[in-house]
Design a protein around this ligand. Structure first.
Ligand code: SF4
Length: 492
C-alpha cells in the first residue's frame, strides 16, 4: 500500500491536549517489576509512545526501555525475570520535550561516585534549557535531549556530600511542574513540585510502599491509597520505613485543574476527589449555566461521558449514546494513506443515526483545542439527521498554551485564542456553543465560592493565562524572537 508510515500513537487524537507522562515506583516486594508493569499498564493513558522500568536487585540496577505500549513489551515472564529485585520505578511517556527516541525514554540512569541513580519524571522544567546551557559550559556532556537529564547533571555537579543533599540542591534549582520517582541503592525517593502542579500519590501494599501518578495504578495491584504526596514533599522509603521531608518553604498549592477535566482516569482520585464525580459536577454546572431545550444529551466518547451524565441528570433530558467509538484505532492503526485520511474522525467515531434522526441534541465534549474535531463531529451529527446541534464544553475556552508537561499547540493554533465564542460557534457550524465558566469549573471541584482570583486553588493557566511559576526558557525565547523581529523591522 502506498504512503504507509510506521505506527502512530493515535493519528486521530490530534485535537486534544495530550497527557504528559505517568510514573510508578514501588519498594519492598520481590514482585516489584510485576507490580510496576501492572501499575504502568493502568497509567497507559498518560503516555503511549514509550515505556520503561528500572529494577534494583541488591546494588545492581536492571533497565528495559522500549518505544511502544506496556502490554506489548513488559508482560512476558522472560522480561519480568530479567528485571529482578525488591524495588522498581517505571515510566510511560508522551514526549512533551525531547524527541521520541530510545535514549530520551525513561527511567534515565547514571552511575555516581556514591552508586547508581535512576529517575523517572512527569512534567516539564521551565528553565531546563537555561540550566542545560550553563551545565554544558561547565563541562557536562548530555546523552539525551530530555529535560530529566538536567536533574542528573545538577546532582552530579552539586557541592553537597550525601546523595539526598545533592538531590535537594538539584531540585532547588529547577522551575516548573514535576513529579518524580527515583531509585538509589538506599531506597525509593519521590518528590512533587512545590506547587503540586503534577500529581503524585502514596499507596501501601502489605509491607511495600508505592508512589505513582494516579490512584488507578494502586487499584490494579490491590494497594491501599494512603494520601497524596504533598506539594514540595520529599518522601524517602528505605528498609527502615518511610520518612517525609519539606526541604523548601511552603507555597500555596496549584495542582493542575485539567487533571479533573481530562487527563486523569475517571476511576482515579485527584487531590482526594473522585475524577468521575468532578466531571459529573461539571456537566451539572453546564446544565445550570447554559440550558438547552433539547431531546437528548449525547457525549463525545469517551472523555465527554461523565459530564454528559451530569448534564442529563441536572436537566432531566435523556442521555443517549449518539456516537459510537471504535476503540481499536489508536492502538493498531498505521498512519493512514492519503486515500483514507479524508475519512478522518469517522475512523474513530460514528454517528448512531437511528437515535439522532430528527432530534434536537446537546453534544458534550471535554474541551476544544484546535476545533478541527468539533467541526467534524457537528457535521457528522447533521449528516445523521439531527434537527439541531447544541455544543456544550466541560471546560472554559483553552486560550493559552501549557508549559507544564502537557502537549498543547502553540497559542496561535488554539481556536479560543483566535476567536470569541460566537465566532467559534460559526466556525464549528453548531446551532449554539457554550463553555462552563471558570467559576463553574471551580464549584464542580468543591470550591463553592468559585475561583478566588487573589489566591486561585489550582493551576488554570491554559484558561486564564496566569502561570503560577517562572517561565525562564519561554521568556528568553520570546525575548530572542522580539529581538529578531526588531532587527527585521529596522533592516539591521
Ligand atoms: Fe494543567 Fe492547564 Fe496548568 Fe497545564 S496550564 S498544568 S494543562 S491547568
Amino acid at each position: 500500500m502506498a504512503n504507509q508510515l510506521p505506527l502512530s500513537t493515535n493519528p486521530f487524537d490530534d485535537d486534544k491536549l495530550r497527557e504528559e507522562c505517568g510514573v510508578f515506583g514501588i519498594y519492598g516486594t520481590p514482585d516489584a517489576t510485576a507490580h510496576c508493569t501492572l501499575g504502568l499498564h493502568a497509567l497507559q493513558h498518560r503516555g503511549q509512545e514509550a515505556a520503561g522500568i528500572t529494577a534494583l536487585d541488591g546494588e545492581t540496577f536492571h533497565t528495559k526501555r522500549v518505544l511502544g505500549h506496556v502490554a506489548d513489551n513488559f508482560t512476558s515472564q522472560d522480561v519480568i525475570d530479567s528485571l529482578p529485585g525488591n524495588a522498581a520505578i517505571g515510566h510511560v511517556r508522551y514526549s512533551t520535550t525531547g524527541d521520541t527516541i530510545l535514549r530520551n525514554c525513561q527511567p534515565l540512569f547514571a552511575e555516581f561516585a556514591s552508586g547508581g541513580f535512576a529517575i523517572a519524571h512527569n512534567g516539564n522544567l521551565t528553565n531546563a534549557t537555561h540550566l542545560r546551557k550553563s551545565l554544558v559550559q561547565r563541562g557536562s556532556i548530555f546523552q539525551s535531549t530530555s529535560d530529566t537529564e538536567t536533574i542528573i547533571h545538577l546532582i552530579a555537579t552539586s557541592k553537597f556530600r550525601t546523595l539526598i543533599d545533592r538531590f535537594v540542591d538539584a531540585i532547588g534549582q529547577i522551575e516548573g511542574a514535576y513529579a518524580l520517582v527515583s531509585l538509589t541503592k538506599e531506597g525509593l525517593i519521590g518528590f512533587r513540585d512545590p506547587l503540586g502542579v503534577r500529581p503524585l500519590v502514596l499507596g501501601k501494599l502489605d509491607n511495600s510502599y508505592i508512589m505513582c501518578s494516579e490512584t488507578c495504578a494502586l487499584d490494579i495491584i490491590g494497594a491501599e491509597y494512603v494520601r497524596d504526596v504533598e506539594p514540595g514533599e520529599l518522601i524517602i522509603i528505605t528498609d527502615e520505613g518511610l520518612s517525609s521531608h519539606k526541604p523548601f518553604p511552603e507555597e500555596n498549592a496549584r495542582p493542575c485543574i485539567f487533571e479533573h477535566v481530562y487527563f486523569s482516569r475517571p476511576d482515579s482520585l485527584t487531590d482526594g476527589m473522585s475524577v468521575y464525580e468532578a466531571r459529573k459536577n461539571i456537566g451539572a454546572e453546564l446544565a445550570r449555566e447554559f440550558p438547552v431545550d433539547a431531546d437528548m444529551v449525547i457525549p463525545v466518547p469517551d472523555s465527554g461521558v461523565p459530564a454528559a451524565i451530569g448534564y442529563a441528570q441536572e436537566s432531566s433530558i435523556p442521555f443517549e449514546l449518539g456516537i459510537i467509538r471504535n476503540h481499536y484505532v489508536g492502538r493498531t492503526f498505521i498512519e493512514p494513506s492519503d486515500q483514507i485520511r479524508h475519512l478522518g474522525v469517522k475512523l474513530k467515531l460514528n454517528a448512531n443515526s437511528n437515535q439522532i434522526k430528527g432530534k434536537k441534541i446537546v453534544l458534550i465534549d471535554d474541551s476544544i483545542v484546535r476545533g478541527t474535531t468539533s467541526m467534524k463531529i457537528v457535521t457528522m451529527m447533521r449528516e445523521a439527521g439531527a434537527a439541531e446541534v447544541h455544543m456544550r464544553i466541560a471546560s472554559p475556552p483553552t486560550a493559552h498554551s501549557c508549559f507544564y508537561g502537557v502537549d498543547t499547540p502553540e497559542r496561535k493554533k488554539l481556536l479560543a485564542a483566535r476567536m470569541d465564542v460566537d465566532a467559534m460557534k460559526e466556525h464549528i457550524k453548531a446551532d449554539s456553543l457554550a463553555f462552563v465558566s471558570i467559576d463553574g469549573l471551580y464549584r464542580a471541584v468543591n470550591h463553592k465560592e468559585g475561583r478566588n482570583s487573589k489566591c486561585p486553588a489550582y493551576c488554570d493557566a491554559c484558561f486564564t493565562g496566569e502561570y503560577p511559576t517562572f517561565l525562564t526558557d519561554q521568556n528568553q525565547k520570546d525575548q530572542s524572537e522580539d529581538q529578531l523581529d526588531m532587527i527585521a523591522s529596522t533592516g539591521s
